[in-house]
Design a protein around this ligand. Structure first.
Ligand code: DX5
Ligand code: ZN
Length: 216
């Protein structure tokens, strides 16, 4: 049994409330919010005011994926805006700042996690595992929705699954990018238990059925 976090990156931004309510109605587990700054990734999306506006719309946890340079600068703002999970990229700052940012997220009452880009090895997560409630493995290069799933990330997911089972069994293992009704299976088989889906979720003719397929 896995959880699904539909990404609002593929939602209709002119109808965000409607689409978030639909995420809830379709039986999904979390709402994935992709924050991009145009520096860490070559795209700009949404930020703090949008998280704040969505907070009262849904009771589902807001899973905020920060694709921003030096995220420590903004974790407090996202926590106060109502994020439940805040994940930060290990590539986005020096290790000392990443550790400090994870502590800061916890001190603000949120769950904290790290994210690994495709070229970043599983080993890069090790110094942070003790402070993580979630580890996110990117299965596309961060920056855009609708890209092809990188099945060659599965050995990384399996390695992390083994380490988490040993060291931090409570920690969620999330995958993000190119997840659809077919590729979700290998993610679950590899040990991921939270699956982000953007384009596949919003394109699904029957979103509730898609959610069940991913959760099953
Ligand atoms: C990519 C984002 C993803 C993206 C996934 O940088 O982090 O969350 O929205 O979109 P799909 O499911 O379309 O690959
Ligand atoms: Zn994401």
């Amino acid at each position: 049994m896995a959880m699904i976090a539909p990404s609002i990156l593929s939602a209709d931004f002119a109808n965000l409330q409607r689409d978030v309510l639909d995420i809830q109605r379709s039986g999904a587990d979390l709402v994935h919010v992709d924050v991009m700054d145009g520096i860490f990734v070559p795209n700009i999306t949404i930020g703090i005011p949008v998280v704040k506006a969505l907070r009262p719309v849904t009771g589902l946890p807001l899973d905020v994926h920060l694709m921003i340079h030096r995220p420590i600068r903004y974790v407090e703002d996202f926590a106060r805006a109502g994020a439940d999970y805040i994940t930060i990229h290990v590539e986005a700052d020096q290790p000392q700042n990443t550790l400090e940012a994870l502590d800061k997220i916890h001190a603000l009452g949120c769950k904290a996690g790290i994210v690994l880009k495709p070229k970043t090895p599983a080993e890069a997560a090790i110094p942070y595992l003790a402070k993580c409630d979630m580890v996110l493995v990117m299965t596309v290069e961060p920056g855009f929705g609708g890209q092809s799933f990188m099945a060659d990330m599965m050995p990384k997911v399996r390695k992390l699954r083994a380490w988490l089972d040993e060291q931090a069994p409570h920690c969620l293992l999330e995958v993000d990018g190119g997840v659809d009704a077919a590729t979700c299976q290998i993610c679950k088989d590899s040990g991921a238990n939270v699956l982000v889906a953007g384009s596949a979720y919003f394109k699904a003719a029957d979103r509730a059925a898609f959610v069940k397929t991913v959760q099953r």
